[in-house]
Write a protein that binds this ligand. Structure first.
Ligand code: NDP
Length: 248
């Protein structure tokens, strides 16, 4: 695996779960990592863990559902580090429900956080990245953005939307040395999936050819690969990390 030695990375939703694992992995690969989310206490823990392992990190309070917060966060990070070379758009939420009864607010919240948030943060950081003529943008999609999922029209639309964003932006910025890829995790044991009941868990497991849930570290390793020099010729790609749940 290549390294990210000396690079500046930003991971959203780094206070826990997959985002935190990505921050740890990128730091272990040599990047200085800006960890961003709303929960500042958990961000401080992530920074402490990275520093204890010999890495470098700094915390930034950032709410990707708020355009103001995105602008202020991006400004603070650029002031501190001068640039962001690796951007991991990982922050995400679910508000599940059948389409018939889904509240407009649940649609808006999920699209606003998962898709619009990723777009606005990318936009806020793109100009300096273009000037720098090197960049890695990695969007955390989902297997349900590939397959759909009953009860998740909002979430699946946001995750499929991220794939369209990834493929389109990859074409726009390739000439400036920036790659844009997505990682589409399958069923990963984190706080997000801890809410599933036993019946849902059993059904999920039955749909995984490799016969087990994935780990946040397995997602983080894929992200670290795409962020590294070893992935320089990969762009516009969706990397499925799902134990065979979806084979496309
Ligand atoms: P968690 O619920 O454990 O973590 C979600 C993270 O997103 C938290 O750090 C949270 O931080 C952050 N977040 C949520 N809303 C906002 C916001 N408005 N602004 C900033 N940060 C926010 O989930 P996972 O780690 O499981 O999920 C991470 C990503 O992976 C998500 O995009 C998810 O959709 C995706 N994914 C997960 C799968 C799984 O099986 N777990 C499968 C496929 C995709 P805070 O609350 O501190 O703001």
């Amino acid at each position: 695996m290549g390294t990210s030695q000396g690079r500046i990375a930003l991971v959203t939703g780094a206070s826990q779960g997959i985002g935190r694992a990505c921050a740890l992995e990128l730091a272990a690969a040599g990047a200085t990592v800006a960890v961003a989310a709303r929960n500042e206490a958990k961000l401080a823990e992530a920074v402490a863990e990275i520093e204890a392992a010999g890495g470098q990190a700094a915390a930034f309070a950032l709410d990707v559902a708020s355009e103001e917060s995105i602008k202020a966060g991006a400004k603070a990070i650029l002031e501190r580090f001068g640039k962001v070379e690796i951007l991991v758009n990982n922050a995400g939420i679910t508000r599940d429900g059948l389409a018939m009864a889904m509240k407009r607010a649940d649609w808006d919240d999920v699209l606003g956080t998962n898709l619009t948030g990723a777009f606005l943060l990318t936009q806020a950081l793109l100009r300096p990245m273009l000037k720098n003529r090197w960049g890695r943008i990695i969007n955390i999609s989902s297997v349900v953005g590939r397959t759909g999922q009953a009860g998740q029209v909002n979430y699946a639309a946001s995750k499929a939307g991220l794939i369209g964003l990834t493929q389109s932006l990859a074409r726009e910025v390739a000439s400036r040395g920036i790659t844009v890829n997505a990682v589409a995790p399958g069923y990963i044991e984190t706080a997000m999936t801890a809410v599933l009941d036993e019946k849902q868990r059993t059904a999920m497991m039955a749909a995984i050819p490799l016969g087990r849930a994935g780990t946040d570290q397995e997602i983080a390793q894929s992200v670290a690969f795409l962020a590294s020099d070893a992935a320089a010729y990969i762009t516009g790609h969706v990397l499925d990390v799902n134990g065979g749940m979806f084979i496309g």
